[in-house]
Design a binder for this molecule. Structure first.
Ligand code: SF4
Length: 350
């Protein structure tokens, strides 16, 4: 141990000679940064990095895209959304395809932009596609509060926000160590990760710079060799044990837990968020009496397996051939955080 303390994180990683270990990058941004920074090239053979379900666009099911298209084409609602979602294939078409059929799709950079758009266009009904994890949910809630304050009634959310605890539960056993998403832990804190250690689940919270990622991986490898479940917060400049109480209070005021469908993982009980009854005037599903829509993914697409770490993107038959960032077949090739797009951009050898 004394000798290990003197070595750099990079040296610890490059010289790791312990048992085989599978480390899951829960967060899509980690997948991309680890590729981009060339960290994968430092790893010895017995250290395998696998991608997880932490890309919000990737885990959003096909049925959500279908719901958005239903609102846009059948109810003539203006859809405000982050750009990534526009090219995600739905059962019949993407939102880009719906736009060609006359749907009004407006790209925004935040829910606040969407609320402002609704305020400036009182003649339009506007729905923001609210996807993402604990990190992005508070901003959606803030936009609803702002709409109430502004006294506008033409703004709503189509909510597919998810929370990570259910996913960790569903993914138990799929990796030896979780590389926890630092930005999610900044909101939630680390108590859950500490609890998971008691159930035998190991993990480290990682930041996003080269130094932070190398440190987190080195700590994971050192602790893994000790043979006991562990948790270490390797992103203490941002992540505290309690997380952001203010963000937690805000979300709790407007939203409550519900069952939620994840692409590839199916329905995970209690893993989603929905607006509380007091705020249902801003819930697009209730406002437009949304029918039950069953989405159908392209059968060739293995996004579900990729998101569970069951296969690499390059194991998918259409990877890089039929499915490319220009012509995505599944969500994991569309998103800037998707594992398939990372493999395509940085390592077509897989
Ligand atoms: S390569 Fe394309 S089709 Fe295959 S799993 Fe990835 S996104 Fe889906």
């Amino acid at each position: 141990m004394e000798e290990q303390k003197k070595r750099t994180a990079r040296e610890i990683i490059e010289n790791y000679d312990g048992p085989a270990v599978r480390i899951m990058e829960v967060c899509g941004t980690h997948t991309h940064e680890i590729f981009r920074l060339g960290i994968r090239k430092l790893l010895p053979k017995q250290v395998e990095l696998i991608s997880g379900p932490g890309c919000p666009v990737c885990v959003t099911p096909v049925s959500f895209i279908d719901e958005a298209i239903y609102l846009a084409l059948e109810k003539q609602v203006t859809i405000c959304t982050f750009g990534d979602l526009v090219r995600v294939p739905g059962s019949q078409m993407s939102l880009a395809g719906a736009r060609e059929k006359g749907a009004k799709i407006h790209i925004v950079y935040s829910p606040a932009d969407a609320e402002r758009y609704a305020k400036d266009h009182p003649e339009e009904q506007v729905t923001f596609l609210s996807v993402g994890f604990e990190t992005t949910t508070p901003a959606g809630c803030l936009s609803v509060k702002q709409a109430k304050e502004d006294g506008i009634s033409n703004y709503s959310l189509l909510v597919a926000n998810k929370t990570m605890p259910g996913a960790y539960e569903a993914l138990k056993g799929s990796a030896d160590v979780f590389l926890y998403p630092g930005h999610v832990n900044a909101i939630t804190g680390t108590e859950l990760c500490e609890e998971l250690v008691k159930e035998g689940v190991s993990g480290v919270v990682a930041g996003f710079t080269a130094k932070e990622l190398l440190t987190a991986l080195a700590v994971a490898l050192v602790r893994f060799q000790e043979g006991k479940p562990f948790f270490v917060n390797c992103y203490p400049r941002v992540v505290t044990r309690e997380g952001s109480r203010e963000a937690q209070r805000l979300v709790n005021e407007l939203m409550e837990g519900c069952d939620s469908e994840w692409r590839g993982l199916g329905i995970i009980p209690g893993s989603g968020m929905q607006l509380r009854e007091e705020w249902e005037a801003y819930d697009a599903r209730k406002k437009y009496n949304m029918p039950k829509i069953e989405g159908k993914a392209n059968p060739a697409c293995r996004c579900g397996d990729v998101l569970q770490g069951k296969c690499k993107p390059s194991d998918c038959k259409v990877f890089g051939k039929v499915c490319t960032p220009q012509h995505p077949v599944g969500a994991c090739m569309v998103s800037g955080e998707g594992a398939c797009s990372a493999y395509y951009m940085y390592d077509t050898r897989g």
